[in-house]
Design a protein around this ligand. Structure first.
Ligand code: SF4
Length: 490
């Protein structure tokens, strides 16, 4: 063997990254399962099951195609590589650039040579050039550039359908009695069962753990959910955990699917003519816009960005995040239970329920970020740092988003059916039956009134607070709600 190719658990793709052009005769493939990755945090076991089982399946596929593959367990990734070198000689090691600052530094310090990480569509230099040319880092501007650069849904330099963005048409709540086609269940195999046993859980059938299964999930989305993805993209319901979402982020984020094949398949499907433009555009924006933008911003904003806490939010993580029985709020109880079961909820509950709650309760951003990293199957540093610090809890003083995503119960009531089964009333802001979101929304604005005074995008909300006659009672109720949340009693 002439060299080692290190493959991260989030780079499981033989056509891209370090494995592109690999040769079974001269390349020794190494995957490392570090103790840090398995026991270093309070990881959701569904997440661990998925990541570890996918990596074992990938290692087997490579072995079956003739490669010598080592799946090394060790305290850290570098320790694992040291053990491989001790056994196989001082071979040079190459890897695709890792997806986090921490691992990039650890591997670079160890002498690993990086090759381009093309598991994303946007080279870092290109994103940096874009960011440096902007006054504010509006995702929409980046996205339009991506549409043109990648020539997706563009004809003669103009957007297909006559607009770049159909978001306004994509904010519908679900009609009464609306039903969804079924999602795929995935049978477990011997590898899944072995991994599940090691973790002390049952194999999870929500997620597939190999590329063949991931391609089936993509096909199922395009055949059965793509058409109505757009209009109900922001809806929430206690009746269905997945709605029309693609469920592709875990496979995109661990390499089993490449963003270009997902986008190509979506465009091809759109061209058949029966997918509305607002669904096609809305979905494609997630892949070539948001996903690439968040990754680009992670690297561009640098390592210190994750420590920001501009609003000086220092409340300890609420107990309800780790135990749904610690709250009576129906929306949160349902969402946290779903996360415990599958390691996943859609973007809107992540933003408008979980992050919104962290924001308006003044929860410490770093503790909330750590929790988001631990519980979601598709979480990675690059995903969560910008999404939580910038978008979710406004800890960056508006570097990414010009205003905080704070909302009261009225928004949740409009976009979901959660409030119908709740002990609280989204319309009330004072009294024992007041919705905690509604009370804390006004209290949050009140607490930060000086902070947001100069922000013209907050003018309407601040105008609203000035018209409230019962702010004293709201403040009083907010105190009781915050104490109740701290004690797991609200
Ligand atoms: Fe959530 Fe408030 Fe609605 Fe209850 S009333 S489900 S707490 S938004």
């Amino acid at each position: 063997m002439k060299r080692v190719i290190y493959v991260g658990h989030d780079q499981l793709n033989s056509s891209y990254g370090a494995l592109k052009g690999a040769d079974p005769k001269s390349d020794l493939i190494v995957l490392v399962e570090s103790a840090r990755m398995v026991t270093g945090s309070n990881w959701n076991k569904v997440r661990l099951y998925f990541l570890i089982s996918c990596a074992h399946h990938f290692a087997k596929e490579l072995t079956d195609s003739g490669f010598k593959v080592i799946y090394q367990k060790a305290a850290t990734t570098v320790d694992g590589l040291k053990q491989v070198r001790a056994e196989h000689g001082d071979l040079p090691i190459i890897a695709a650039t890792p997806n986090s600052f921490r691992l990039s530094k650890a591997l670079a310090d160890f002498g690993v040579t990086f090759i381009e990480n093309d598991l994303f569509l946007t080279p870092k230099e290109l994103f940096t050039a874009w960011a440096e040319s902007q006054k504010s880092y509006l995702m929409e501007n980046f996205y339009r550039g991506q549409r043109i650069r990648l020539n997706i849904l563009v004809e003669n330099g103009k957007p297909v359908g006559g607009a770049w963005n159909f978001d306004k048409e994509n904010r519908s709540p679900l009609p009464k009695g609306y039903t969804f086609p079924p999602y795929l269940e995935h049978k477990s195999d011997e590898i899944d069962q072995m991994v599940a046993k090691q973790l002390g859980i049952e194999p999870n059938t929500t997620w597939t753990t190999n590329r063949v299964g991931a391609k089936k999930v993509l096909k199922n989305f395009l055949d059965n959910h793509f058409e109505n993805f757009g209009p109900y993209e922001d809806a929430m319901t206690s009746d269905n955990w997945a709605l029309h979402h693609s469920l592709l982020s875990p496979y995109l984020n661990n390499g089993l699917l490449h963003p270009s094949e997902v986008v190509d398949a979506a465009v091809k499907r759109f061209k058949k003519g029966d997918i509305p433009i607002q669904s096609a555009e809305g979905f494609i924006r997630q892949i070539i816009g948001w996903r690439e933008y968040v990754n680009g911003m992670y690297w561009y904003l640098g390592q210190d960005y994750k420590e920001l806490n501009h609003l000086k939010a220092n409340r300890k993580l609420l107990p309800l995040f780790n135990d749904p029985d610690k709250t009576k709020m129906n929306c949160i109880k349902t969402t946290v239970s779903d996360i415990n079961q599958r390691g996943w909820v859609a973007h809107i509950p992540r933003l408008m329920l979980l992050s919104n709650l962290a924001l308006i309760t003044g929860t410490n951003p770093q503790q909330f970020l750590q929790w988001m990293r631990e519980v979601f199957i598709d979480a990675a540093d690059w995903v969560m740092v910008p999404n939580v610090i910038g978008m979710g809890v406004h800890a960056d003083n508006g570097v990414m988003m010009t205003k905080p995503y704070a909302a009261g119960g009225a928004y949740i009531s409009k976009m979901s059916n959660y409030c119908k089964g709740c002990v609280y009333d989204p319309k009330l802001r004072t009294g024992d039956a007041a919705c905690p979101f509604t009370t804390l929304y006004w209290d949050f604005l009140d607490r930060n009134i000086e902070e947001f005074k100069g922000n013209h995008r907050m003018a309407q909300q601040l105008f609203g607070i000035n018209r409230l006659k019962d702010m004293d009672q709201v403040r009083q109720r907010a105190k009781a709600v915050l104490t109740g949340l701290d004690n797991g009693l609200i």
